[in-house]
Ligand binder design. Structure first.
Ligand code: C2E
Ligand code: MG
Ligand code: MG
Length: 555
């Protein structure tokens, strides 16, 4: 607080003002306030104008914006200035300088937080939408183009699930930096959510600039990311592109077009950029109708389990069966799970589908037994979404109780990434399944990231080598090494090894020589309807026995 007389000379300053000026009361006394202010702020004219106006009009006046103040300590402050006249005859005024530095900083931070993503510091959805609206309005006025590039990391979920959220977060930060470094200063890179980013390019004349940026994004994201712990991660992304106002003048529509284009690129294999095309609208309608058809199919009992034999390599006997779901979709023949499991997972229908599969599988074994057939353990696949709560444990328990099946006759197959995604939860889930007496197989082994210590800790009874490795064991040294390594690993941990996708005798031969326990694949049989499995349960068909007996002796 500084008081002045009618000639704007300082009559008194209080201790706080002494601190802000570094001057004592005695040193300032009698100085013109304009001269005093000039030493600390560039806005002396505004400040002094306010003081004079207050003296002249005899009313309190506040300067609307805080004035920047360079204190004697060299620090910058923001002070809000109010001048209030004293006395009835205009004898002087009180100038109050309020320190609002902190308030301003908090406000700025809140504003930043409301418009930016905390993890990456990039603009968030709200700010992006704001800029997109503006860019579209400008584009229409100027006759230029706006491009939206929807960037989604391929298989990011797998990184998050298997290496943890901490590593996932690090990866997202690196991605954010790389994206930001790949665009012009005027372009916006925003985080849309999860592993989705959006690049907004403004003021374009044609599509060629968009293509070169899209290529650049693909390229920079494909460089390795070094994550904590020295793991080098290889990333890729899918980029979907829409161009306004050509594709649409509407912001929301453009966003959903870029999203659809991205999705199309992703299901076609990812690591690519895709421009929006009008047929993508019908395509996503297909997806909706898929959901309806799946629901309908569940109610109308259009699903059936096929069973694929598993053969013990040593003895050549049938050692197990795997249940694989099939859909008799009206008008489409027999549909394989690859076509609908993802949609069932996304829509949550996988729960009812999975529970049905467990009930049906156990009931089928009970039926075979009732016919007097000798049965073998039956494996049922469960997907990640089914493991997200413990409901599956109840489903298994009930199915066992209803069918009267010996729990040892049932196995659950879950994929490597499902098992590794959330170790704490997986440990509990697997523990409970194990406690029921049901076996646990890790499916598609080798395609995800496994932690050895977890493998050791979990009550796993077998590893299934993914068919992608088996296919090439004869020709590809790397695959052969992976298969040999997996067999050694499983045996070291006291687990059985099952090889999937065995199609040829040389493959079986290789597996036998390296001690693999069980083989499953077209060499023996395709997945078959229950009625055709009967023969297998009675007696192993001669061609299967022959395949096993033809094995070369161990070297
Ligand atoms: P999976 O569990 O890894 O099953 C093995 C897949 O390989 C099956 O495909 C099988 O038909 C196929 N296959 C078997 N032998 C050979 C072979 O010699 N060569 C080749 N190239 N392929 C072979 P399918 O039946 O299309 O099932 C695909 C995937 O769908 C399964 O992979 C499994 O993850 C999932 N799935 C199947 N049934 C169910 C189910 O009831 N519930 C859930 N959640 N997922 C299921
Ligand atoms: Mg399986
Ligand atoms: Mg598999």
């Amino acid at each position: 607080m500084i008081t002045i007389d009618e000639d704007t000379r300082v009559t008194m300053i209080n201790p706080v003002a002494e601190r802000f000026t570094g001057l004592s009361h005695a040193e300032t006394r009698g100085r013109l306030i304009g001269d005093l202010l000039r030493d600390f702020t560039d806005l002396t004219a505004d400040a002094l104008g306010t003081v004079l106006a207050s003296l002249k009009h005899r009313q309190p006046i506040r300067l609307p914006d805080p004035i920047p103040w360079c204190g004697p300590d060299g620090r910058n402050y923001a002070l809000r200035l109010t001048a209030t006249p004293v006395g009835k005859a205009g004898e002087g005024a009180v100038v109050v300088l309020n320190d609002v530095t902190e308030t301003l900083a908090i406000t700025a931070r809140l504003q930043h937080e409301a418009t930016h993503d905390l993890l990456t510091g990039l603009p968030n959805r709200a700010l992006l939408l704001d800029r997109l609206h503006q860019a579209l309005a400008n584009a229409q006025r100027r006759g230029t183009l706006v491009a939206l590039l929807f960037v989604d990391l391929d298989r990011f979920k797998r990184i998050n699930d298997s290496l943890g959220h901490y590593v996932g977060d690090q990866v997202l930060q690196v991605v954010a930096e790389r994206l930001q470094a790949s665009v012009r200063a005027g372009d916006t890179v925003a985080r849309w959510g999860g592993d989705e980013f959006i690049v907004l390019m403004d003021n374009l004349n044609d599509r060629s600039a968009v293509i070169s940026v899209a290529r650049k994004l693909l390229e920079v994201l494909e460089r390795e990311v070094e994550a904590e712990g020295g793991t080098d991660l290889v990333l890729s992304c899918s980029v979907g592109i829409s161009v306004g106002p050509q594709d649409s003048p509407d912001a929301q529509t453009l966003l959903s077009m870029a999203d659809k284009a991205m999705y199309r690129g992703k299901i076609e294999g990812g690591a690519s950029y895709t421009f929006f095309a009008p047929d993508m609208n019908t395509w996503s309608r297909d997806r909706l109708s898929m959901e309806g058809a799946l629901r309908h199919g569940l109610i109308n009992r259009e699903f059936e389990l096929y069973y694929q034999p598993q053969v013990d390599i040593d003895s050549g006997r049938l050692s197990g069966l795997e249940a694989l779901i099939r859909w008799h979709r009206p008008g489409s023949g027999v549909v394989r799970p690859d076509v609908f499991i993802a949609a069932a997972e996304e829509t949550g229908l996988i729960r009812s589908m999975g529970e049905w599969a467990i009930r049906e599988a156990t009931a089928q074994v009970a039926r075979w037994r009732a016919e007097g057939l000798e049965t073998v353990p039956l494996a049922v696949n469960v997907s990640a979404r089914q493991c997200s709560d413990m409901g599956i444990v109840d489903a298994i328990r009930e199915a066992l109780a209803d069918s009267g099946l010996d729990p040892r006759m049932l196995k659950v197959e879950l994929t490597e990434s499902t098992a590794m995604r959330d170790p704490e939860r997986a440990a509990e889930l697997l523990g409970r399944i194990d406690a029921l007496g049901v076996g646990i197989a890790v499916d598609d082994f080798g395609t995800g990231y496994s932690s050895l210590s977890l493998l050791k800790r979990f009550p796993i009874s077998e590893l299934k080598i993914d068919k992608s490795f088996v296919g090439d064991i004869a020709a590809n040294n790397d695959d052969a090494a992976i298969v040999r390594g997996t067999i050694a690993l499983a045996h070291g941990l006291g687990m059985k090894v099952v090889a999937e996708g065995v199609e040829t005798e040389p493959q079986l031969d290789f597996l036998a020589r390296h001690g693999c326990n069980v083989a499953q694949g077209y060499l023996f049989a395709q997945p078959l309807p229950a009625s055709e499995i009967r023969g297998w349960l009675a007696l192993l068909p001669p061609h299967a026995l022959r395949a096993v007996r033809n094995l070369r002796p161990l070297e």
